[in-house]
Design a protein. Sequence first.
Length: 750
Amino acid sequence: MKKWFSFILVMVLALVLIGCGGKEEEPEPTPGPTPAVEDVKPTSIEISGQKEEIEIGEDFTITVKVLPDNASNKKVRYSSSNSSVASVKDGKVTGVSAGTATITVTADADKAVKKEFTVTVKAGQEDTPPEPEIIPPTELEIGGGAEVQVSKMLNLQVTYTPTNATKGLTWTSSDEAIATVNNGIVKGIKEGEVTITATSTIDANIKATIVIKVIPTQEVVVIKPESITLNGEEEVEVGYSIRLSATVLPDGADNTIRWESTKPEIATIDEKGIVTGVSEGTTYIIAYSVADETVKSSRYKVKVNIDQSSLIPVNDLGGYEIVIMQADSALSSIDPFLEDYTATDKMYKQRAWEEVKSKYNCNISVVAYPDDAPWGPSRVSWINSQAENGKALADFYIVTSTWFPQFYAANAMQATTTYFAKFGKNQIEPAVRQSASYKNDLYIVSTGINQTTIYPYYGIFYNVGMLEKYKIESPAKMFNEGRWSYDDFLDWVLSAQALLPQGYYVLSGAPQDYWQGMVSASGVRIANTTTMELNFTHKYSVEAIDVLKSTQLAGAFDPVYGYDQGVASFQGGTALCQDGELWFVKASNRFPTDMWGEDTRYGYVPFPYAASVGKERSYVNAVGESCYMMAAQRTYNHKAGMTYEDVFRVMQEMFLNTIKYQQQDASFDAEGIKSQVLSAKFDDPESVTACMFYTAEKTLFDPIFNGIALNYSGAPATTISSVVKNNTDFIEAIDAAYNDIYLKFLELYA
């Protein structure tokens, strides 16, 4: 009778709710497997609201319908065949410049289902610029140097009188067998003297000359090492390994190291600086310069311990849910139980994940940042606002360590230094430790030292189809063959530019990022956090600037600078290369898989290095990568008796066990895994080989942009870009900005 009464009561309440027009509540998720749902693929796309012609600056928004109506996934992506003519975002088409572009709408669920239309952008009457006033020059003066080595290049600069005179020059050489000149770039051919003439295109009677002496190519001078400083952890457990790094000074010196352990029965060290604990005790590590064995480091003490963390009692977390917050589009990069999780450690991570959940009586969930917290300043502000409210909405935020100064100021991050000392087993890369530390404290949980880590984070990416179409030599192949010095790079850029059509560029993006990449590749830290010095005027830095100036003077670098997905020439297929980050490649919101239509293929080449450094001694910069930052202001959500340390312990153990289980697998092949991952990104085998060349010992930490000037702004970046674009004096420009940059550097890293 009671069961019948309960049933009738439930039915009455349901009818009352329906009668009152109450909103139906979302059903609570039920445990157990989710029943299969029929996947209905899209078959066609209909577009309405398009226009055949618009003017520059005009826009319109199209309406898209995916058929059939019951298609499971109706998401679409928009692309333009030439975004420098017409751009498209979320269906809004905007006229950028005169020309014709094809707008394509592609179904997310099936790339074969697409619809396209053509739009012509015309210059409106109001967009026609007035004829510029022509101001003839009365005098020209050439500067920039009077000597150039055989096979080297020299950038000449012209001063106009009056300063607002209309620019335009024709360059000639009195003897091209001795030296050639192109857009003010003089290349030495053989020894001798030659007269270079610059003639105004406005008034041929106005000209200037300079005598250039071509001298023999000087012997490449290798900077000799003077001192070695070791960095890294000071303790390791038996059976575990840590990595030490050697800072060889002066910057740019030959960095080839020979390692030695005074007691290999306690701990061994290999040629890559990896120290492995063998038995309990103490040993000393010494690094010797291969170039000069009299130059060596001080003895670096390493203590080998037995496992201590297992002796610390396990705290029952009472079902606490550890929350990791990541971008909605990248949840599958974190959660190994999602179908789209493609990392090769999937089954090892699942095992480690489930074990810590059971051991500590907790759960781990990965949730998306809200829509009002997109990547960049908005996300920083959102995280800080939660901290100001005293209620962080996650235990770990996926962020970039370049934001740490802002989080620190808002008390939004929790220091993990002592937790890591207890449970981290010192499993962290030296460069990661540097980049993830602030004010002498660590603020992340370490994902460990993983043999499958891909270290190049920044580089030069290129359009493989465009490379093949114009029969341009593969830059990745040149790198792999050891032909990628500053001079090799410049010769390649100028040669490639000669093969491209009018209005096309070899390089695009941000010259300051090429510059930093080139200087880092040469083993120089512009902002050296070990010596607390700024190396703007280092020999390799100045050489890199001169190379980039030459590319700009030759018309090979798109003068409309930009970054990310905002570079119209690269996106539209009129620039061969762009600098960027590894994760951009085939990311739908950066460099999508169909960016240049059906033949979208990506290549990668590292930044070039100074000739005296060479490929084998070159580096990549390891700074600014995403990390698991531990959030402060989370105690309000903790269970009684638990602490931040408990939460950290769970995550750290999960990451370390993931790596342990992976390495215990007899079929584990780290090199094969890296090759597989990179082959999915790059459509050029030479690019895969080039990227795999850099391993942990070939990384350095230089925060000149990502640490000192966030988001590619500020004095360092604007100074470099201005010098390259305007061919002005680099030393003079840096001197004017130096104090501002140095004070910021001291504030953050001293």
